[in-house]
Write a protein that binds this ligand. Structure first.
Ligand code: PMP
Length: 334
């Protein structure tokens, strides 16, 4: 009797366990190297050591908020607006960011400086923080702050001139009443699974519709159409992130180029019937959509619609003006 008990309760010998044979995330992580240096909860650490606790509610539940921000010529592009959105979104999920905006900006500048970047992409994450194995956010008294400055290449470079093919996601956008997509939370599975539909068909991006069939946005960018020389973009109430690049197009680029821009609820047919379609985002910048495919959810494209032969004229003017500004001497931080 005693032998049985002893055998079953003995610890599994090291080296012989099934778990030991699994590929080790830790080893893979170590291979990622030292660069860049990353800000994690008050410390600047090399990439492979940039880790958070397994008890962090950002990891356990996607409970937190984030920002993706571009740095051009050493300037944090539209920094103020990103800070406004980050702090607003934190409030909307009842989280108090434990550092001031000034301190947050100082952290970003430090990440740029120590890594010697002039152009970069910043990922700011404020997670609910270290807690216990339950949903209650009160168990996480101090939110965690992470700042990564790195490179990003969202879409292949040649697509910026030639335009891209996208698919329409069958998965609808999370409804506003459930989790308003205006709040940029770490909970991005709706977008990731929609993006997987694009990947299934060899594309880089999707167009997402809301439950009523109105066009909302891409998985990580906003959508515009050009029709009759005017720009149209869906309004936030259909369920989308109020992108900062979207705002920049509406309030700076379009007026500068004397193109009228309006918010309008659009069906998929409105978009398929457009003269031009393009996407905007901090990572995406401005990129033309030249073909939109629909699929049946079983692996077959059911309809392909060509929008334009290459990048449209209005999109091209907007994109070139955008590039002029972000490569120019006065990259706006406000
Ligand atoms: N929509 C979604 C879902 C996004 O993740 C992003 C990227 N932040 C955007 C739109 C574009 O927003 P922004 O221009 O602020 O980067």
């Amino acid at each position: 009797m005693s032998t049985v008990t002893a055998a079953t309760s003995a610890p599994t010998p090291v080296g012989g366990s099934a778990a030991q044979k699994l590929p080790s995330a830790a080893v893979w992580q170590q291979d990622q190297g030292d660069k860049p240096l990353v800000w994690v909860n008050g410390r600047m650490v090399p990439k492979h050591a940039a880790t958070v606790s397994v008890y962090d509610h950002g990891l356990l539940y996607g409970d937190g908020v984030f920002e993706g921000i571009r740095v051009y010529r050493g300037k944090i592009f539209l920094c103020k607006q990103h800070m406004d959105r980050l702090y607003r979104c934190a409030e909307q999920i009842r989280m108090k960011i434990p550092v001031t905006r000034e301190e947050m900006i100082a952290v970003m500048r430090e990440c740029i400086r120590v890594n010697g970047y002039s152009d970069a992409y910043i990922r700011l994450v404020v997670s609910r923080g270290y807690g216990s194995l339950g949903l209650d956010p009160r168990k996480c008294p101090v939110p965690g702050v992470i700042c990564i400055a790195d490179e990003i290449h969202l879409f292949p470079a040649e697509m910026y001139e030639k335009g891209m093919r996208v698919v329409v996601a069958n998965r609808p956008k999370t409804p506003v009443a459930c989790l308003d997509p205006r709040v940029k939370t770490q909970n991005y599975l709706n977008n990731i699974l929609a993006k997987c539909e694009a990947i299934d068909f060899g594309c880089h991006e999707v167009i997402m519709l809301n439950l009523d069939g109105y066009v909302s946005e891409g998985s990580g960018d906003n959508l515009f159409i050009v029709k009759g020389g005017k720009l149209y973009t869906p309004p936030p109430e259909v369920g989308l992130l109020e992108g900062i690049t979207r705002q920049f197009v509406m309030t700076r680029l379009a007026p500068e180029l004397k193109v009228k821009c309006l918010e309008k609820k659009m069906t998929l047919d409105d978009v398929l019937d457009a003269d031009e379609v393009f996407l905007t985002g901090s990572a995406a910048e401005i990129i033309s959509v030249t073909q939109i495919d629909q699929h049946d959810g079983k692996g077959k494209i059911t309809r392909s619609t060509k929008i334009s032969d290459g990048e449209g004229a209005v999109t091209g003017r907007l994109r070139r003006r955008f590039r002029e500004i972000v490569t120019g001497a006065n990259v706006p931080e406000e």
